[in-house]
Write a protein that binds this ligand. Structure first.
Ligand code: GLN
Length: 484
């Protein structure tokens, strides 16, 4: 497992002239073409080669930024100026962004190379990447299976070696679950750690932008660059951003620090529906952590059973409001033969939104409507508070919480598409982090008997991403490297 090299080591080779950046980018473009059947990209940026030339010169003159030459793909819900931003929806088919997402701008300022926009579920609504106007993305480990969603294209781009790292977005698990299905690392930061400016809103109080990569070093260096306050997003935090790339080791006296490193296990995350092989893989790593002097502490998250219900009430409510802007008037698709203004709104939205998006707009409008607001929306908000309080209590006792990322490994294409409730249940272990605004990471820890990746999730308290990084690095360097 993990045959990959952190990008910093590759950069050293580019500096010494042993590796050519331009040739490297050409290779990625060729590989993307070769792996076209995976359908991971909506758009490729051919100007990447030009950028590689410029940045290679900067590297040799010693003036390049922190991520010089790192090749990064970004999910097609993130605006990049003058490039198409479709959210994998027909309603934005011909839309070109007029400004660049802050997180992407920060990558570009550090001389990363953006290689294209990745496929995803329409408006990031889904768990399988089957809800895309560009068609489904295929799992590189088994092309008959889904890559997870909604950031399926971003996960596949990293898993199939089509870029060094990618950005996805996570509203209820859309970074962590596809990372688990594709066998890569994927981190959802604390809500507010990374500016949402330029991210097309799905559920504004849940959405986070975060990285996918094959090594924890690359996750840390991308996170470090994209984090921080942004005056264009008033919900972005003013807390200082740690140097995440230097937060990958425990202090020298590890036996002492691990005494302080307590890992919580909540039985609520190991109940019915969890595939036995995933449970086995996770138990194996829990034992290994114990043998490596981490303290394993049983904890409780009693309101976990209400997370899916609360998540789908609140996110559909926010989505119904956020998606009201696609009405055929200002941008995107407009139905050509409307007889009146109202008819234009109706026809444009009916023709161009996919069925999952329509389902969520209807559900969200319903839970917000007078008479039902108190019964559903207000109640779900209360549940959100209880879930946050469960985590507050838990993090008084432990540093991080270890759970499965998903109850199953990658399922077959079409297996769940006719049963939305079954599909929603694949988020059972991930939505709680978005309800509470806390960070989480998927770490690939093994394979099931069909050779499909198995992931585990670590959660930490708000703004404690460095704890996730340290434990992940320890697992990467001491556990994963020893697996065949
Ligand atoms: N799968 C979840 C949903 O369909 C999460 C999506 C996301 O995180 N963007 O809502």
């Amino acid at each position: 497992m993990l045959p990959y090299t952190p990008y910093s080591e590759i950069l050293e080779k580019i500096k010494s002239g042993e590796v050519s950046l331009v040739a490297r980018v050409e290779n990625f473009l060729e590989r993307i073409e070769k792996k076209k059947h995976l359908n991971a990209f909506n758009f490729i940026f051919e100007d990447a080669i030009e950028k590689a030339r410029e940045i290679e010169a900067k590297i040799h003159s010693g003036s390049a930024g922190k991520l010089a030459g790192m090749v990064i793909a970004v999910k097609d819900v993130l605006s990049v100026k003058d490039k198409p931003t479709t959210c994998s929806s027909n309603i934005l088919k011909n839309f070109k962004a007029i400004y660049t997402t802050t997180a992407v701008k920060k990558l570009i300022e550090e001389d990363a190379i953006i290689i294209g926009k990745t496929n995803c579920d329409e408006f990031a609504m889904g768990s399988s990447n089957e809800n895309s106007a560009f068609g489904p993305v295929l799992n590189p480990h088994d092309n008959t299976r889904v890559p997870g969603g909604s950031s399926g294209g971003s996960a596949v781009a990293v898993a199939a070696g089509l870029c060094d790292a990618s950005l996805g977005t996570d509203t209820g698990g859309s970074i962590r679950q596809p990372a688990a299905f594709c066998g890569v690392l994927g981190l959802k930061p604390t809500y507010g750690r990374v500016s949402r400016y330029g991210l097309t809103a799905f559920a504004s109080s849940f959405d986070s932008i975060g990285p996918f990569a094959n090594t924890i070093e690359d996750i840390a260096s991308v996170l470090e660059v994209i984090s921080g306050h942004d005056e264009n997003d008033s919900t972005s935090s003013r807390l200082p951003v740690p140097k995440f790339s230097e937060e990958l080791t425990f202090p020298k006296d590890r036996s002492k620090s691990s005494e302080n490193m307590k890992i919580g296990i909540a039985e609520e995350y190991f109940g019915e529906g969890l595939k036995a092989e995933i449970k086995d893989n996770i138990n194996q790593i829990i034992n290994w952590l114990k043998n490596n002097e981490f303290q394993i502490v049983p904890i409780h998250l009693p309101h976990n059973e209400y997370t899916i219900a609360a998540y789908y009430v609140l996110t559909t409510a926010e989505a119904s409001s956020n998606l009201a802007r696609y009405d055929g008037t200002r941008y995107g698709f407009r139905a050509p033969e409307a007889s009146s203004l109202i008819d234009m709104y109706k026809s444009s939205r009916s023709q161009a939104f996919g069925s999952e998006v329509k389902r969520r707009i209807m559900l969200g409008t319903y839970v917000l409507s007078s008479g039902y607001y108190d019964a559903y929306y207000r109640k779900a908000q209360k549940v959100r508070r209880f879930i946050k309080e469960d985590f507050d209590k838990a993090f008084n006792e432990v540093d991080v919480i270890l759970t499965p990322t998903s109850p199953t490994t990658a399922f077959k294409i079409d297996e769940k598409s006719s049963d939305p409730l079954q599909m929603y249940l694949s988020d059972i272990y991930t939505t709680s982090a978005n309800l509470a605004g806390i960070p989480g990471i998927n770490i690939p820890i093994g394979k099931d008997s069909s050779g499909l990746p198995v992931g585990m999730q670590l959660l930490a308290n708000q703004f404690e991403e460095e704890k996730l990084l340290r434990v992940s690095a320890f697992i990467q360097n001491n556990y994963l490297r020893s697996l065949k």
